[in-house]
Design a protein around this ligand. Structure first.
Ligand SMILES: *Cc1c(COP(=O)(O)O)cnc(C)c1O
Length: 370
């Protein structure tokens, strides 16, 4: 039997997190783990170092882990990095960009939300124009892979425009870090946010931020929240050798350490990216053969998740497809765009091109294909 599947674990998750994880990642959680002692803190320090290395950095970068799902981490960055006299520009082309705007509104942070629609990426020339027209902006935030559609935003080009204008650049790389090669320097990011349960292939429970050390050091006293004080959390980890401020998700952190080792064993981000790309291409060509069309033009797609248009043919509904596939061992994801009726299939996690071929076969057998 497939070691990823157990009687209690009968399907693969083709979703953007939680994902299907390896046996090793699951096994790491199968005992009671203590917190606060030296062994645990050393493990946290090692994870922080590995994250900095994965982001292509050395001493000029630093990393901090934060309890909660990815959104908690985004909120901690927005709520801590932008000063009282600051203003945030959000370049939005989907639900996750909109969510960053919503965080700013809730926190009373002056906001300029620029909405590019769901089907087009923000372009660097637009960013330069917007920044020239609104000089009050101090910080710019964008989502790297908009998981709403699967859009791969040109984050390095945007980063150059942001840096040319001298602004602080915040990148939500939640669904892409570890699955698409990138470095902080390469994309011009000052703060990069991701979480345990996406391309590193851990389980949900915490997120992390890689930051320019110089920018992190400026953040003392800025946070608008106690538990989501990014600086407070960082300072504690930095000064106390890997200590968290409040109860840490120890089991999830242990699983994450295993996931990082497995990423290394796979050959690092480049090879993981190659696997995800192959998953994505196998999926798209198979679904196209069955008559399904993608929402986005090929140049805009990412290997992380793919949006398909719900076909108009008789009898097709997302719910029917979902149920049929779940019975055959695959869980897919509903759509999230407002401009079209779509569904999404993820290609990240412990999922391989053969799985995508089996999935296409399952769609074909469902009676819901053309
Ligand atoms: C998953 C994800 C998040 C965080 O979502 P949570 O549900 O809070 O984990 C944020 N941004 C993007 C682009 C994501 O894919």
């Amino acid at each position: 039997m497939d070691p990823r599947l157990l009687p209690d674990n009968p399907y693969l998750l083709l979703t953007p997190g939680p994902l299907s994880t390896s046996k090793g990642v699951k096994a790491a959680m199968f005992r009671d783990w203590c917190t606060w002692d030296e062994d645990y803190n050393a493990l946290v320090q090692d994870i922080r170092k590995q994250l900095v290395r994965l982001a292509g950095g050395g001493e000029e970068l630093t990393a901090v882990l934060m309890q909660g799902s990815g959104t908690f981490c985004v909120e901690s960055v927005i709520g801590t990095a932008v000063p009282r006299e600051g203003k945030l520009l959000v370049l939005s082309n989907g639900a996750y960009g909109a969510r960053i705007g919503e965080i700013a509104r809730r926190l009373d942070i002056p906001l300029h939300l620029e909405d590019f629609g769901e089907l087009e990426p923000p372009r660097p020339e637009d960013v330069a124009r917007i920044l020239a027209a609104d000089p009050a902006v101090t910080h710019v935030a964008v989502v790297h892979c908009e998981t709403t559609t699967g859009m791969h935003n040109p984050v390095a080009d945007i980063g150059r425009a942001v840096k040319d204008a001298g602004k602080v650049f915040i990148v939500d790389a939640m669904s892409s870090f570890g699955g698409i090669p990138m470095t902080m320097a390469g994309i011009g990011a000052d703060f990069l946010i991701s979480s345990a349960n996406k391309c590193i292939e851990g389980v949900p429970g915490f997120g992390f931020v890689v930051a320019a050390r110089e920018e992190m050091e400026k953040l003392e006293g800025r946070a608008r929240s106690l538990s989501l004080d990014l600086y407070g959390q960082w300072k504690e980890m930095e000064d106390k050798g890997g200590k968290w401020r409040y109860t840490s998700p120890t089991h999830v952190v242990r699983a994450f350490a295993t996931a990082l080792a497995e990423l290394e064993a796979e050959g690092g981000v480049a090879l993981r990216h190659a696997r995800y790309s192959k998953n994505h291409h196998t999926l798209v060509s198979g679904m196209n053969r069955l008559g399904f069309e993608c929402l986005l033009a090929p140049a805009y797609r990412s290997p992380i998740i793919t949006s398909f248009l719900c076909p108009a043919w008789p009898g097709f509904t997302f719910t029917r497809l979902y149920e049929a596939l779940k019975k055959r061992g695959f869980v897919i994801y509903p759509g999230k765009v407002s401009v079209a009726d779509t569904f999404r299939i993820g290609s990240i996690g412990q999922v391989f091109p053969e799985d995508m071929e089996r999935l296409v076969e399952a769609v074909s057998m469902s009676g819901l294909a053309e």
